[in-house]
Design a protein around this ligand. Sequence first.
Ligand code: AMP
Length: 525
Amino acid sequence: MNVATWLDRNARQLPDHAAIADGARVHATWRDWAARSAALSTGLRELLGLSTGDRVAIIMRNRPEYLEAQFAIWRAGLVAVPVNARLHRDEIAFVLSHSGTSVVVADEEHAEDISSLVGEVPSLRTVVVAPGEDWQRLLASAAGPLVDRAPGDAAWLFYTSGTTGRPKGATLTFRNLLMASLSYFADVDSVTPRDSILQSAPLSHGAGLYGLPHVAKGATSVIPISGGVDGEEIAWLLDRWSGMSLFAAPTMVRRLATDPHVVNANLDHARTIIYGGAPMYLADLQYALDVIGPKFAQIYGQGEAPMTITGLSKADHAARDHPRFEQHLQSVGVPRTDVEVRVVDEQDVDVPVGELGEVLVRGEVVMPGYWEEPEATAETLRGGWLHTGDIGAFDEDGYLTLHDRSKDLVISGGMNIYPREVEEALLHHPAVEAVAVTGRPDAEWGEALVAFVVPSDGTKPPSPAELDAACLDRLARYKRPKEYRFLDALPTNNYGKVVKRELRDQLQAEAHTGSAPGTTQEPPV
Ligand code: AMP
């Protein structure tokens, strides 16, 4: 099934209903969007000479034309390559070359940079600027038919954010997109045409996937004018649009919950805040639940199993009377309806409940492989299971708790230390805004734990002794960091995920040049 058929269906059932909104303004009704999509898809094939299976990248900030391009690409039987517009030019060049992209649809802001890649990226023929004259030319084409696609045909090449290495393109098929959408209805939320989804996070990543079930059911996709998360704007849009859901990275949840505009907004219009993509710290979640209420749902997924491995439902977030409520809040929830999830040892043998191992997943939502990477595909999908690289454990209730990506594990003095639990402990200190813990090479210990601490605004930076005490309150002595360093901000990638690799690399480099301080540093005063 070609998911672009949803537009035609909605155009018949809800012709005058808002389909895409630019802030408070209706950009297109379902009738408009379906008509534009039908014209654009003809334009892509006939004016740009594209044929079924060709790759077309989208490089623009969130805007209505993004969604128009994405669905027109599918309608025309082409493969969409959504690229995060905030990537470096060289990273973009890599993705375009690797995917063999021949046409890019870009907004004006990015068009010049991307155009300079024509000639440098062998497959790239042209860049279409949207909105703009090229876009208008495509829109002036006659309406073309929807190109039939099989469930196993590629729809979306999802380049992973690369916190752990060179990006790889998970090939997401129409089957994968459909299963991810159906699973959203099964486990996360129902959606009706009276609902809306606020697209604040980059559409090239998770937010684009969460948008699909909303398109399927005729809800309105609302693109914020600010292009991001702005509390005042969100409050204003909550007045205008009802049943509003949004996808937020954990760091965004914290920002929303502490923003007075959001807290005092018309929260009756807020439906579900879906968070995921990185660990959510308990203290932040509890605070958000207190001020916003049980409107949260958590999702654990990967590009390779789009937004669908486990989920912590809204009911779980509301179950304060459950004896293990807090443990559940610290987990990533239970396996989603459409997948099987296992936790295994290094030989892929299941480990008992409570024991840590790698998380494996199998189901129709899992990608068939990485684009043009047969070796990485065979390795990741060995035995028919997706090897996530995430380390976790099931509890006796069937909830999965993630500890770390296997590469994040630090082994110090022969003891395994999972940085996540040390971070959780340090975040209990009121003067700690954010923290990332990782290891540095150490002659005595093999690796020594280093905590990079961002002190809270306006509070006195905590002393290493206080931070030690926060750890000792909750953790075994050996898990205390050997060193604390203080930063203004943690390095993050374009999706807001903390890039520990940079911190680890910095520590490695210091070890090689012998410049590692090796002692606990005092905070700046
Ligand atoms: P990506 O493919 O770029 O979306 O990254 C997927 C990775 O993000 C997963 O393998 C996990 O390591 C992490 N991740 C995703 N969802 C969650 C979650 N709910 N809690 C903790 N980590 C998560």
